[in-house]
Ligand binder design. Structure first.
Ligand code: SAH
Length: 386
């Protein structure tokens, strides 16, 4: 017998508003096992659609289809085809980009990133984990990659009772893969790099930043040098800071490989910004791309203080007319809240700033309206007035 779940009318309302998640508190009768594809019914017994079921996570249901349309292998293949087709149409200047962005490609809890001839997948729910063989087969048929790696090590998997693992699912994955993005070449370690290797969501913001960058550039939270390398080509001098020695070593190696000069230093940005101010150093362009300070709702207050602190310090270090590229990838800090933080930082820095561009994650990471969780990265390009 096929698996079925009845959901409450509150759950049904949420579903009608376009959100694919149903929380455990909205479940009625459950006749399903961990990771099953289930038929979802309302309290009157009407079929609402098919979904992935988790017996552990608070997100108990992730909708795949609505109405009677079956959620079978052909549906998964069609969704992957649509996702690949959309990325093909974007004309992305690079060989590394996101092919499948979970909910926004109607493949909830699935990430697929492309790094040249290699693919990296993440299955972040019991149901998607079980579908991996189908996904690997379809990706293999469509793209013929040299290797597919599962970076199934995000903490989110623990919430679903899944192990944190890194496995080669097809072909072979070398220790280092070379990709290019907007004219810059990178060596990427797909097994150990942060996220799936690179911060692909910032590609278009790096390009945008390069349109304004000039003079002395400071890249804070540089990781492998995404912003620093792109900006070094137009800057007089580029300094980059990251707390990770490994990341800084990669900035140096990537700079050399691209024939660029970046002064990459290991340091805690909070301390370094203060230190630079004490030394009366000034910059014309500053990038702030910190990790998500607010990983949970309860961390928002502390995160707000952190964001404000670095924005205030950066605005003080900027010359009049200088540009600040400031980012937040905390979903829990809304665009409005982030604008307020930057505004308060400007007040405390006793300056005025104009917002020149409000940006988000790149087009290969689109936002599904009605699902605020898919809009996480905010990037403001602001100009310090004289
Ligand atoms: N700008 C990068 C991505 C940054 S990710 C890009 O375009 O690719 C955030 C980075 O911040 C990580 O590399 C992490 O090592 C670093 N980091 C975290 N806390 C830090 C701190 N207090 N000071 C400096 N770097 C920090």
């Amino acid at each position: 017998m096929s698996s079925t779940i009845t959901i409450s009318s509150r759950g049904e309302q949420r579903l009608r508003a376009g959100h694919p998640w149903i929380y455990r508190t909205d479940l009625g009768e459950v006749s399903a096992g961990a990771g099953d594809i289930v038929q979802v019914r309302n309290i009157k017994g009407r079929v609402l659609g098919s979904a992935l079921y988790s017996d552990r996570s608070q997100i108990a249901i992730r909708m795949l289809t609505y109405g009677e349309r079956p959620a079978d292998d052909a549906l998964i293949a069609a969704r992957i085809d649509a996702a690949i087709g959309f990325r093909d149409s974007l004309g992305i200047d690079g060989t590394a980009y996101r092919l499948v962005h979970g909910e926004a490609d109607l493949l909830p809890s699935l990430i697929v990133d492309r790094y040249g001839e290699y693919l990296v997948v993440q299955a972040l729910s019991q149901g998607m984990d079980r579908l991996l063989p189908v996904i690997v087969r379809v990706l293999g048929e469509r793209l013929n990659p040299r290797g597919i790696l599962a970076r199934n090590d995000p903490r989110a998997r623990l919430l679903d009772g899944l192990p944190q693992t890194v496995d080669v699912l097809a072909g072979a994955i070398p220790d280092s893969v070379t990709v290019h993005e907007c004219g810059i070449e990178y060596d990427v370690d797909l097994r150990h790099g942060q996220k799936t290797g690179l911060f692909l969501d910032q590609r278009e913001n790096r390009e945008a930043a390069a349109r304004y960058a000039r003079g002395r550039v400071l890249d804070c939270f540089s990781y492998n040098g995404g912003f620093a390398l792109k900006l070094a080509a137009v800057a007089q001098e580029t300094i980059a800071f990251d707390i990770s020695e490994d990341a800084v070593a990669r900035v140096r190696a990537n700079a050399e490989r691209n024939g660029l000069t970046v002064d990459a230093r290991v340091g805690n940005v909070f301390d370094e910004l203060r230190g630079l101010d004490r030394l009366k150093e000034r910059f014309d362009t500053i990038v702030l791309d910190p990790p998500a300070f607010a990983k949970t709702k309860s961390a928002v207050d502390k995160a707000t203080t952190g964001y404000k602190e670095i924005n205030l310090r950066a605005l003080k270090l900027l010359n009049p007319g200088g540009m600040l590229v400031t980012c937040s990838c905390s979903y829990h800090i809304s665009e409005g809240a982030f604008a307020q933080i930057v505004y308060e930082a400007a007040l405390d820095a006793e300056t005025h700033v104009t917002v020149v561009e409000k940006r988000m994650q790149g087009r290969d990471h689109p936002v599904l309206l009605g699902v605020p969780e898919t809009y996480y990265l905010k990037c403001f390009i602001v100009r310090k007035l004289g």
